[in-house]
Design a protein around this ligand. Structure first.
Ligand SMILES: Nc1nc2c(ncn2[C@@H]2O[C@H](COP(=O)(O)OP(=O)(O)OP(=O)(O)O)[C@@H](O)[C@H]2O)c(=O)[nH]1
Ligand SMILES: [Mg+2]
Length: 466
């Protein structure tokens, strides 16, 4: 089963740049009418229409075709099919930015027969026309949405086809195994030669190990793509807001010596060693008679419950008390690091006293007031989230898409089933079936096997003009 979509023969257009103030805006047109449309509304200074050589930038004006009025001074370029992003005839107009000019131009383009592009429709066409595979097309959105350098690096790798290449390599090995199995179809009554059989088992197990390793990278990939919800919790006055301010490197939250200062929660995004964190500073957790503060404490507990990562804070300059123990006990079963803060004011808390609540490598000593230990805290978070072993090569791909992980797991399941059937001496036809399912599952990643429904879901997440 392959993708059986007929490329659309209509022409689509969109303003590809975000609306609002900006030096320029880009209006993108794709489809058979692109060249006719631009020819009808564009003229170069007094001369005849230039005839648009492909991949040449022309300077001129967008002219209203009915009344001849100049709309804007622009640059325009024509990219002839198939040498364009979508694989179709594409025209891009670089006009002045703002709200009015691009809108007036796109209205002219629509009036000449183009229709508004759906979200992601340019990339969908690029996929349908074989300009990129599905994993690459998905990466286009990731490049645009990347929040940190590492997230961008991953998106670029995927866009370059590194993931697709890896998937194809795995598929090639499965195809070899399939060929071996199919060669046995003519002798269904005989057992597979033990040497051949053990070779098949070995190769399949290697693939399974590779698939499992790839699937495991999703943990990190998901973080890179979506960020980690992180709550800073602790009893009042231990320096949670001071720590938040240090991490975001600005005076974001109010800091005061009065316990119970923070009541509402404060959210900020930060980049910790390339990992995007969505950080929430919360009210100090304690029993309180103050109604507003109590609402804050409830919020804090809720945020802590929802967070994927906890930064627990205690005041290291004072002995631990009941309120600290309540916070520390809540860390059980959570991904957490512990900041022993106010380290500048003389430590009264020792590692020994904290043992049992938090592993030693997750405890850091900080002074939010003096700004020390902040890098250690980031490093502890980095290690915790990426796994101790860290990733191998810098150019190593990680999975950032749940869809890919699920497809890989499905393929792994089929291969495991293949191994079981092989073991019990099942006939080659049945063995081949599992291998084909595994191939199809992997084919879903690159879009060799796909449905309109899946494509609709993927591309609707894009913004218009992409
Ligand atoms: N000596 C010292 N004082 C600190 C440190 N961090 C914070 N403080 C002080 O501790 C007090 C409380 O700091 P905050 O950051 O407001 O503490 P908080 O945990 O957010 O407090 P609540 O919002 O009331 O729960 C302030 O007077 C800070 O200046 C530190 O590392 N060393
Ligand atoms: Mg606070």
């Amino acid at each position: 089963m392959g993708s059986s979509f007929t490329p659309n023969d209509d022409t689509i257009a969109a303003i590809a740049t975000p609306p609002g103030d900006g030096g320029i805006a880009v209006i993108r047109i794709s489809g058979p009418e692109s060249l006719n449309i631009i020819s009808a509304i564009f003229e170069t200074g007094g001369e005849e229409a230039p005839g648009f050589l492909p991949r040449t930038l022309y300077h001129g004006h967008i002219i209203h075709p009915e009344n001849g009025l100049r709309i804007d001074e622009v640059l325009a370029v024509y990219m002839k099919s198939p040498a364009s992003y979508t694989g179709e005839d594409v025209v891009e107009i670089h006009s002045h930015g703002g709200h009015i000019v691009p809108k007036k131009i796109i209205d002219l383009v629509f009036a000449r027969g183009a229709r508004p592009a759906n979200p992601g429709e340019f990339s969908l066409r690029a996929f349908l026309n074989g300009k990129m595979d599905l994993a690459q097309a998905e990466a286009v959105a990731d490049v645009v949405n990347a929040q940190t350098e590492d997230a961008l690096k991953q998106a670029e790798l995927q866009l370059e086809g590194v993931l697709s290449h890896k998937i194809r390599e795995i598929k090639d090995i499965i195809l070899d195994v399939l060929a071996e199995v199919e060669a046995q179809v003519d002798f269904p009554e005989e057992d597979i030669d033990p040497i051949v059989k053990s070779a098949l088992i070995g190769r399949t197990q290697d693939i399974l190990t590779g698939l499992e390793a790839l699937s495991d990278t999703y943990r990190e990939g998901r973080i890179l793509k979506y960020g980690v919800s992180t709550a800073i919790i602790g009893k009042p006055n231990v320096g949670k807001s001071s720590l938040l301010n240090r991490l975001v490197m600005k005076e974001r939250a109010i800091v005061s010596p009065v316990p119970g200062t923070t009541r509402d929660f404060i959210e900020e995004s930060i980049d910790v060693r390339g990992l995007p964190l969505r950080l929430v500073d919360t009210a100090g957790i304690r029993a309180t008679g103050d109604e507003i503060e109590r609402a804050g404490v409830d919020f804090a507990k809720k945020k802590a419950g929802e967070a994927e990562l906890i930064i627990a804070v205690i005041d290291g300059s004072a002995p631990l008390d009941e309120e600290d123990y309540e916070v520390l006990s809540s860390l059980e079963g959570k991904q957490a690091v512990l900041a022993v803060n106010k380290a500048d004011a003389g430590l009264k808390v020792s590692d020994g006293g904290l043992r049992g609540f938090c592993a030693p490598e997750r405890i850091v000593y900080t002074s939010a007031r003096e700004g020390t230990g902040i890098e250690d805290l980031k490093e502890a978070i980095n290690r915790l989230l990426r796994g101790k072993e860290g990733r191998g090569e810098a150019g190593e791909i990680v999975l950032t898409e749940l869809r890919h992980k699920l497809a890989i797991e499905k393929a792994a399941e089929s291969l495991s089933s293949f191994l079981k059937l092989l073991d019990v001496g099942e006939s080659p036809e049945f063995l081949a079936l599992d291998l084909r399912v595994a191939l199809d599952s992997l084919g879903e990643i690159t879009g060799e096997v796909t449905t309109e429904d899946v494509l609709g879901r993927i591309f609707s997440k894009f913004c218009v003009g992409k």
